[in-house]
Design a protein around this ligand. Structure first.
Ligand SMILES: *[C@@H]1O[C@H](CO)[C@@H](O)[C@H](O)[C@H]1NC(C)=O
Ligand SMILES: *[C@@H]1O[C@H](CO)[C@@H](O)[C@H](O)[C@H]1NC(C)=O
Ligand SMILES: *[C@@H]1O[C@H](CO)[C@@H](O)[C@H](O)[C@H]1NC(C)=O
Ligand SMILES: *[C@@H]1O[C@H](CO)[C@@H](O)[C@H](O)[C@H]1NC(C)=O
Ligand SMILES: *[C@@H]1O[C@H](CO)[C@@H](O)[C@H](O)[C@H]1NC(C)=O
Ligand SMILES: *[C@@H]1O[C@H](CO)[C@@H](O)[C@H](O)[C@H]1NC(C)=O
Length: 778
């Protein structure tokens, strides 16, 4: 009896070990050392794999990708032991366990829990940038690669009407697949590929009703971000219900677009609840994109937990991109407003936060006592005019057994139809998606939803196209409504139908969801770098998905409004493409510097940028400031940095063997000394001096004066104070000495590091080259 029950267990063990212990790993070799052919590189990868596997067959079957264009490495299914053996081999820089589920599009994944928010899309306001756009020829000679969920090629935004031939340097392809053939590429969409191997190795075969096995976008997100970068000018478009009607255009309307589809649905999950982008697939896409000849990569993908650069597939791919002067823009993430939430933290990436624009969709609530409270929505459903409806708080109309702390949140199945029917229901944000709360109110027969922000969300409102009447209100109005309900015998309300209002003030302001600094991986590099529009952005959409991404929403739209740092990142990518068009010889670091040092710090009332609660925002939310495309083409000076500078920076982090041709010096430079356009110093004890070098890209004979605004509690000196340039391209170095003033405790003794903010600026009277600084005391 005992023996026979043991036997099957023993038999099972090796099988379990085989199936469950294998994980996806990236075996990374850094740069290619010589002129090997693709076949030779692949053979080399195979022999590494074979050295830890028992048969050739097994080695071959476990390989997912061989990266061999600019990245040298491979992705494979390995056991912990096999991974350990490989990491001990010569030439192997690192063996990274690729943890699926870490990366997702930083967009309409609208989990609100602790402010983890949706991302936004298109519809940037057109700046008065005519001459800048003309100078850049609207981006026509530049190629932007999009790592995202694919593209809806029939959108008018991707018409190639009147566009000239594809740049000769382009080496990409148009990969055919489900509902996607070579005619879906054109002179606007010049390339399209998709990456599924890593996804399928982990999740199993793609469900072909959930997505297309091709570059075609089933989600909407990729179409949105792609049209934000380079959509054509299309007049008279709007979101469902006619909101935000106007002309849609990408930032660089003639730029060429190359699609790299890397994000896919999570099996068994609603699209509204998220998606997944596999690290090994993204790395393959970046390897291809660099070789295809993209000039800029726009990656609205990130993690909710910060990842060390050497374990971060996007950072590794972006480093190879930086070597070839490809500009890489990434979203900071939607995990704000808590500190240290920003992702994509490597200094060779432009990390983009999200801010509001000067447009609202006003739809106020009128309470029974006559008080009118501002709200916003893009729902096309309306309540009966002039009729007051009974108003209830969701927590008071739940079914028995609803958890108390979630009772006001209108999670699926929580509301009692008996108690909610015919009423306006006040739901609070927290868990669950915003649109999902509307679905629950509708299910319970409610007349309308009022969605109230939690204090974390502050006063900022991401609008949604509910399928019932409704509006959304800021945190303080939510509290007013709650108090009114509590203190009134028969609370009543109505909702005024929404209208689009332009030129609202103040704008921009930082969004609550935008992820914040300080940099959790390298606190001596300031992140995010910049902010751009990401709240309630209108752009093109996939006609395979509803505007809410809910599967039971039957509506189909061509343009949609969404929010997130996913939406702000493509604004920066588009601007980088335009600057690249004007200055084709500039390095990716020079372009980033140009965007950062010319960014603005004021809103449209001439006041400092504020956050979602109306408080003055800091560089930990906006970095260098708000994107100002028209200034970026003529920055005066740039802080340049080379691939070697990044390798030196990495030596600091113990990465010493990334490139066979490079040796780390004995004395390592500190992270502060990377020639970055901003400065962060963590835990300053006493005095620190850092060096920066500026390159003159303005007039030939120019004189720049240095100005300093020291962070409170510190003194800052720059020397020399005057820089004279006799020709364009000339470099001049200067030193910044930061001293912690005694007697002022910046650190409060608790766990929290207290930062103070300042800036230093070079100006020749025409150009203002500004760098923010963030400093904390030991
Ligand atoms: C591509 O597909 C479209 C239909 O979506 C069809 O009209 C067209 O002829 C196809 N082109 C090629 C080259 O197969
Ligand atoms: C594929 O997705 C469809 C639609 O969501 C679902 O009904 C079906 O069960 C899924 N198939 C598999 C094999 O999971
Ligand atoms: C814009 O589109 C709407 C709805 O399709 C239409 O009613 C309106 O006349 C159009 N406006 C212009 C200026 O074409
Ligand atoms: C809500 O209550 C449950 C059980 O009482 C607890 O496990 C959970 O952590 C609470 N959630 C929040 C957000 O407070
Ligand atoms: C709320 O969200 C948290 C975090 O996503 C999750 O663990 C928890 O189960 C959710 N609670 C409810 C009641 O849905
Ligand atoms: C600061 O530096 C001084 C002198 O080098 C040292 O004695 C002190 O412990 C340091 N303080 C902290 C907080 O690191």
């Amino acid at each position: 009896m005992r023996i026979s029950s043991l036997i099957p267990l023993l038999l099972l063990l090796p099988l379990l070990a085989y199936c469950e212990d294998r994980q996806i790993y990236i075996v990374y070799f850094g740069e290619h050392s010589g002129e090997k052919t693709f076949q030779e590189i692949e053979d080399a990868h195979h022999s590494y794999l074979f050295s830890v596997k028992s048969t050739q067959e097994e080695a071959r079957a476990s390989l997912i990708y061989s990266y061999k264009k600019s990245i040298n490495g491979f992705a494979a299914l390995l056991t912990v032991d096999e991974a350990a053996k490989l990491s001990g081999k010569d030439e192997v820089v690192s063996v990274i366990q690729s943890n699926p589920g870490k990366w997702s599009l930083q967009t309409t994944r609208s989990w609100d829990f602790v402010g983890l928010e949706e991302e936004a899309g298109v519809g940037k306001q057109r700046k008065k940038g005519g001459s800048f756009l003309q100078q850049a020829k609207y981006g026509q000679d530049v190629v932007v690669g999009m790592l995202d969920s694919g593209v809806w090629p029939e959108s008018k935004s991707f018409s190639d009407e009147g566009m000239g031939p594809i740049p000769k340097s382009w080496k990409g392809t148009c990969q055919v697949g489900a509902a996607f053939n070579s005619s879906h590429c054109n002179r606007k969409l010049i390339g399209a590929r998709y990456y599924l191997k890593g996804y399928e190795a982990y999740y199993g075969p793609l469900n072909n009703t959930e997505d297309y096995r091709s570059p075609r976008d089933h989600d909407g997100h990729g179409t949105h971000t792609t049209s934000t970068v380079g959509g054509r000018v299309v007049s008279n478009v709007s979101a469902i219900g006619g909101f935000a009607r106007g002309t849609a255009s990408g930032g660089a309307p003639l730029v060429r677009l190359a699609i790299y589809k890397v994000c896919w649905p999570i099996p068994g999950k609603e699209k509204a609840d998220g998606n997944t982008c596999m690290e090994v697939d993204m790395l393959a896409a970046m390897d291809d994109a660099i070789a295809d000849g993209v000039d800029v990569l726009s990656i609205s993908i990130g993690t909710t937990v910060p990842i060390p650069f050497t374990n971060d597939g996007i950072a590794i791919g972006a480093l190879h991109a930086a070597k070839r002067n490809v500009v890489v823009a990434c979203s900071a993430g939607n995990s704000g407003p808590a500190p240290s939430t920003s992702s994509n933290l490597a200094p060779w990436i432009i990390t983009v936060g999200a801010s509001s624009i000067d447009r609202i969709f006003t739809s106020p609530v009128i309470l029974g006592n006559g008080i009118k409270l501002e709200g916003q929505t893009v729902t096309s459903y309306k309540l009966k005019e002039k009729k007051m409806y009974p108003l209830v708080y969701a927590g008071d109309v739940v079914v028995p057994g609803t958890p108390k702390n979630y009772s006001g949140q209108c999670l699926p199945g929580y509301l009692s139809p008996k108690k909610a029917k015919g009423k306006i229901v006040l739901c609070l944000r927290g868990n669950g998606t915003r649109v999902g709360k509307g679905v629950e109110v509708k299910r319970a027969g409610g007349a309308a939803i009022i969605l109230g922000n939690s204090p974390l969300n502050g006063e900022e409102i991401s609008v949604d196209p509910y399928f019932l009447p409704g509006t959304a209100v800021g945190s303080s109005n939510a509290i007013t409504i709650l108090n009114y309900i509590k203190n009134t015998k028969q609370p009543r309300a109505t909702i005024i139908p929404a209208r689009t209002l332009l030129h609202t003030k103040p704008a921009p302001s930082m969004t609550a969801f935008s992820s914040r600094g300080p940099n959790a991986i390298e606190p001596n590099i300031l992140k995010p770098d910049i902010t751009a529009p990401g709240l309630n952005i209108l752009a093109a959409w996939s006609e395979s998905n509803s505007p809410t991404k809910l599967s039971n929403d039957p509506r189909i739209v061509q343009y949609n409004i969404i929010s997130g740092t996913s939406m702000s990142c493509p604004h920066v990518a588009a601007t980088a493409a335009l600057v690249k068009a004007i200055h084709p010889s500039w390095s990716s670091a020079a372009i980033r510097s140009a965007l950062m040092t010319t960014a603005g710090l004021q809103n449209n009332m001439g006041k400092p940028l504020t956050d979602e609660s109306g408080n003055t925002a800091t560089p930990f939310s906006y970095g260098s400031g708000h994107l100002r495309p028209t200034k970026a083409a003529d920055p005066g000076l740039v802080y340049d940095a080379s691939y070697t500078d990044y390798l030196l920076f990495l030596c600091n982090g113990g990465v010493t063997n990334l490139d066979p041709s490079f040796k780390c010096p004995k004395v390592l430079p500190s992270a502060h000394n990377l020639n970055y356009p901003s400065l962060a110093i963590s835990k300053l004890n006493g005095t620190l001096t850092v060096t920066r070098t500026v390159t003159n890209v303005g007039g030939s004979k120019s004189l720049y004066f240095g100005l300093v605004k020291p962070p409170p509690g510190f003194s800052v000196k720059i020397s020399p104070r005057i820089l004279y340039f006799s020709h364009v391209g000339e470099k001049k170095s200067f030193k910044i000495t930061v001293k912690a003033e005694e007697g002022i405790a910046a650190s409060k003794g608790d766990m929290k590091e207290e930062y103070a903010f300042g800036e230093y600026t070079w100006t020749d009277g025409i150009h203002i080259v500004r760098s923010p600084m963030a400093v904390s005391k030991a």
